[in-house]
Write a protein that binds this ligand. Structure first.
Ligand code: HEM
Length: 447
């Protein structure tokens, strides 16, 4: 027991690009605002896209000017030179900015095409695909817009003279549609990530305790778990408060469609030009299921999303039918170093759940943290139901260009794969409830 309880084998989060000392956690200390001049064509294309492009679905059939603008932009992308990216490999900041710019261009390209100009898969041109695949490989992450692109690398300091804090960060430096709802959606996710840094510090403090099972350490572990519980509760509040800043209709009709990956949301699959089989690539688009802090807390508390462990109550039939591999798959959308951090957290030789199971003195505080996380997922199920499942049955908001096209959307919706684009409504609800139930199942029983 004494070897298992010691902190031998500890690795510092900073070895995995996780900054707990600067309080930025999974964020870089400051995202790079622009690539060097050799890559100006990408940056310029992004600026034009932000200024001029709109969702393909939002373009009325008779708006020839907007159609021509979109087609000109896409034609320009198709004729861009294929730029080599080797020079970026020396600096992760350059790689991150390149990933963000290129993936934004991919989503602008795919989602700005009006539906009636689509007759098959959407081919993403080699000028974007080739550098994007190289950059993604270097970073060890999916070649599509990810949580990192829209949240972790998508902010700036309000006052660069002041230190990093939730109050000193402006989110949504780059946006697709450009609405305040879109910015606030990224900000809500971003604030969770910032609040979660203290959780990472707690996990680190736990790992640094020389001997966790010594009687003198019990008080410290209890205090860490109590702090963790409070932070999880605060994160629930952040998620719930997004109802005040993000309009559900705007989210569903104007924000989410830009974020959809290949083949989602009643749009065709994408083909990455020059790739022999695009279907092997991870092209799902961003999800808060890619949030580093959420994975970290699941890992620390040993939440079994894959239903591998024998825990009570046994999984329901619905739980078993849900997508058990979802969370593991979402890790492929994170930078490789962050995935490695999570693996190192999982490899902790003295998991807190096992410790709590053997130590009545800390069982309650462990269970308290798990129950807080279960309640967080209850609140999240309610949010996702309101913003996705209910909205799939709603009409676009008046004033939104989509409103005029509502009749056509109605007809198309009838042919759609599921009511909630991306993840079908039933599957979505099953997925989120399975995550909630898996969390509940981690609670340690008294016998
Ligand atoms: C308006 C706010 C939100 C909506 C509408 C929403 C919706 C969704 C949806 C539809 C999914 C299913 C997977 C997917 O399609 O991406 C999902 C998963 C997930 N979301 Fe959210 N979400 C919101 C905010 C947040 C926030 C702020 C967080 C915290 C970082 C979060 C954490 C998660 C996690 C961890 C998952 C994976 C499944 C799970 O662990 O239960 N979500 N969300």
């Amino acid at each position: 027991m004494s070897i298992r309880s010691s902190n031998v084998g500890y690795t510092s989060p900073s070895d995995f690009d996780v900054n707990i000392r600067t309080n930025t956690g999974f964020y870089p200390t400051a995202p790079l605002p622009r690539l060097p001049n050799g890559f100006a064509v990408w940056e310029n294309a992004l600026s034009t896209a932000k200024d001029k492009l709109v969702l393909g679905e939002d373009i009325p059939d008779n708006d020839h000017a907007q159609r021509a603008t979109g087609e000109r932009w896409r034609e320009q992308i198709r004729t861009l030179p294929v730029i080599r990216t080797d020079v970026l490999n020396t600096d992760k900041q350059l790689l991150r900015r390149a990933h963000k710019v290129l993936t934004f261009l991919v989503h602008f390209y795919a989602h700005s095409i009006p539906p009636n100009e689509l007759s098959g898969p959407i081919t993403i041109p080699r000028s974007l695909v080739s550098p994007l695949l190289q950059v993604s490989k270097e970073l060890g992450m999916a070649p599509v817009v990810t949580f990192s692109d829209v949240v972790s690398w998508n902010w700036e300091y309000i006052n660069p003279e002041l230190p990093f804090s939730a109050e000193n960060v402006r989110f949504g430096v780059d946006l697709f549609g450009g609405s305040e709802d879109e910015r606030n959606f990224f900000a809500g996710n971003g604030l969770v990530e910032i609040r979660g840094v203290e959780m990472l510090q707690i996990f680190n403090d736990y790992q640094l305790i020389p001997d966790v099972s010594s009687p003198s350490s019990m008080g410290k572990v209890n205090r860490l778990l109590a702090r963790l519980t409070t932070i999880i509760q605060e994160i629930s509040e952040i998620i719930t408060s997004m109802r005040n800043t993000v309009d559900p209709q705007m989210f569903y009709w104007e924000v989410r469609p830009w974020l959809n990956g290949s083949g989602a949301g009643n749009r065709p699959e994408w083909i990455y030009e020059g790739v022999p089989d695009t279907s092997v690539l991870d092209l799902d688009g961003p999800s808060a299921g890619q949030s580093g802090v959420m994975h970290a807390v699941d890992t620390f508390l040993d939440i079994d999303h894959k239903l591998k462990a024998r825990r009570q109550p046994a999984p329901s039939e619905e739980n078993k039918r849900a997508d058990r591999g979802f969370m593991e798959r979402m890790r492929r959308y994170m930078p490789g170093r962050h995935r490695d951090y999570l693996s190192s957290l999982a490899a902790n030789p003295r998991p807190v759940r096992e410790l709590a199971n053997n130590s009545p003195a800390i069982k309650d505080s462990y269970n308290g943290a798990v129950m807080a996380l279960k309640k967080l997922r209850d609140a999240h199920v309610r949010i996702a139901t309101l913003y996705v499942i209910s909205m799939a049955r709603s009409n676009p908001p008046p004033g939104c260009p989509l409103y005029a096209m509502q009749q056509r959307m109605e007809r198309e919706r009838a042919q759609q794969r599921g009511p909630a684009t991306g993840t079908g409504g039933t599957q979505l609800s099953m997925l989120l409830k399975a995550g909630r139930d898996a969390t509940h199942r981690a609670v340690l029983k008294n016998d």
